[in-house]
Design a binder for this molecule. Structure first.
Ligand code: NOJ
Length: 560
């Protein structure tokens, strides 16, 4: 197998829509499908090929749609199946594709399967979920939930506990049960037959749990039990079955969200001879600023470490599997606040990071608002936050005696609502997102940072993204070329080449606000160079032997 097997999904750029926050059309303060339809020309203008739609299914919204109560119907707040059909048609008629979010590690507790399951131990749906007796008056094991507290909930009706790796309104489905798998495959087929172009699979590497559900190691009440449910014993069997039964029958793309995978593990999911998935989202870069206390324990990150992680994935998947590339999404802080500069160099650093995203090997994923350089938000009070993960953590940390101030600092840095504040379309009230009251307050910087302003400014972050996407379509080397890191230990410059046959690109990025000079290492054959794109104009007479880089400067050259 080699990375030169050409496919449309390697050459595509994906744009993620978080529907709740994209565009409201009826003034209820919640984004909806007709709202998305009204923005299709904007997406077309940006030039993206594929839309990944975060969940739009019926849901009580304990976790904003990642808790699904009916997989084959649309959430009322978002519209109807008819609206959705129009969205699909609107995308297809513009030459764009649609991938849907597949959330099948768990359902909502309000799904009819769970409503039945909890009724009695001998209900036909009992075994759709993971039920166990308690142990010594406590949970069946010591696993913690991703959203604080234990991963088990006692259900009074039958006196047993059910497993929920996320909130207690998100019971885990029992993939050991063949009927559950059949139901999932039938549901997937139903969507595929409607003409969708693939799936993003939510925490798909958690669906196979180790038999016996052993206790996790460690002191204290509840422990992360990842070793017993990440990349579990039957995961590849399940995905190969899914591929055989469903995926292989369609020309689609799939991307699995896989927490904690290494490159070697990733290859098992995406190797082209494996018959599983096309790509996975890995988390290594997303963990770069987490300390020993986990995600909320924020630590400074360094550029050499950043480069080490990116390069590791570029090199280790080369010729073995396809990378997905992302710097933020609906679960992560805004990239410009985290890895760039959301103050005076917001635009420059957003473009610099965009240059990185679009010139590595892999399929780039843009998260809504990233193309405007949208930033993190700092609400004064916890009451303004909506995310269950954030709110649960706040309560847990308060009970453990942390100060409000220190908790808020973590939320400002890492909270998921940073990414979920509504799209900033214009300087109109609420950024033009809604005529009503938004479900989550719009970032007050919408008066400066918004799509209308960006569309009218030829030098905007938006137009830079558009040009990067165009560039990718013109140069195979961007998609398929081999990556080679330069200046590995440099604390400020990230530079690399991409090579395909005799075509070679050089990418030079300044990750700091201080100027610095780039010197082309001797190892890179230099002839003449042509500048392809950059976030500053180059000075007359520039050369790569000594190229002065301004704050957050990014330049891409074609070497001849
Ligand atoms: C990952 C999703 O991206 C996140 O938003 C969600 O909370 C969890 N999976 C649970 O579905």
């Amino acid at each position: 197998m080699n990375n030169m097997n050409r496919t449309w999904w390697k050459e595509s750029v994906v744009y993620q829509i978080y529907p709740r926050s994209f565009q409201d059309s009826n003034g209820d303060g919640v984004g909806d499908i007709p709202g998305i339809i009204s923005r299709l020309d904007y997406l077309k203008q940006l030039g993206v090929d594929v839309i990944w739609l975060s969940p739009v299914y019926e849901s009580p919204n304990d976790d904003n749609g990642y808790d699904i109560s009916n997989y084959q119907s649309i959430m009322d707040e978002f519209g109807t199946l008819d609206d959705w059909e129009q969205l699909l048609a609107g995308l297809h008629s513009r030459g764009m594709k649609l991938i849907m979010d597949l959330v099948v590690n768990h359902s909502s507790d309000e799904h009819v399967w769970f409503a039945e399951s909890r009724k009695s131990k001998d209900n036909p749906y009992r075994d759709y979920y993971i039920w166990r007796d308690g142990k010594d008056g406590r949970e069946p094991n010591n696993w913690s939930s991703f959203f604080s507290g234990p991963a088990w909930e006692l259900d009074e009706r039958t006196g047993q506990y059910f497993l929920h790796l996320f909130s207690k309104k998100q019971p885990d489905l029992n993939w050991e049960n063949e009927t559950v798998r059949r139901e999932v495959y039938d549901m997937m087929t139903w969507w595929l037959d409607k003409g969708i172009d693939g799936f993003r699979m939510d925490v798909i590497n958690l669906i196979s749990k180790v038999e016996g559900l052993p206790d996790a190691a460690g002191e204290g009440d509840y422990q992360f039990g990842g070793e017993y449910f990440m990349n579990g014993p039957r995961i590849h069997e399940f995905l190969q079955e899914m591929n055989r039964e469903v995926l292989s029958k369609y020309d689609i793309m799939t991307v699995g969200e896989t927490i904690g995978v290494t490159p070697d593990e990733a290859v098992k999911y995406v190797g082209e001879d494996r018959g599983e998935l096309n790509m996975v989202f890995q988390f290594e870069l997303m963990d770069i600023d987490s300390g020993p206390g986990g995600k909320w324990n924020i630590q400074p990150w360094t550029l050499p470490e950043f480069k080490r992680i990116m390069s590791k994935w570029q090199n280790e998947l080369y010729g073995r599997g396809w990378n997905s590339l992302y710097l933020n999404n609906h679960d992560q802080p805004r990239m410009v606040s985290r890895f760039g500069n959301d103050g005076p160099y917001r635009k420059e650093s957003a473009k610099m990071l965009a240059t990185l995203l679009h010139t590595l090997q892999g399929t780039p994923y843009i998260y809504q608002g990233e193309e405007l350089g949208m930033t993190n938000v700092r609400f004064d009070s916890i009451d303004q936050y909506r995310d269950i993960e954030t709110l649960n953590m706040f309560n847990e940390y308060r009970e453990a005696g942390h100060s409000v101030e220190s908790i808020m600092a973590s939320i400002y840095g890492k909270g998921r609502d940073n990414a979920r504040t509504p799209m900033q379309w214009s300087a109109a009230p609420h950024g033009g997102f809604t005529t009503g009251t938004p479900w989550l307050t719009v970032n007050p910087n919408y008066t400066r940072i918004n799509a209308e302003e960006a569309m009218n400014d030829p030098d905007s972050v938006f137009h830079y993204y558009r040009r990067l996407i165009e560039l990718r379509k013109r140069h195979d080397v961007i998609v398929y070329g081999k990556y080679e890191l330069l200046l590995e230990q440099d604390e400020q410059i990230y530079a690399y080449t991409r090579t395909l046959g005799d075509e070679r690109l050089l990418v030079v990025l300044n990750f700091r606000e201080t100027p610095v000079t780039f010197e082309l290492p001797d190892s890179v054959p230099s002839g003449s160079a042509e500048r392809l794109i950059g976030n500053y104009e180059l000075q007359e007479g520039w050369n790569l032997q000594a190229l002065p880089l301004r704050p957050y400067e990014a330049q891409v050259f074609k070497l001849n």
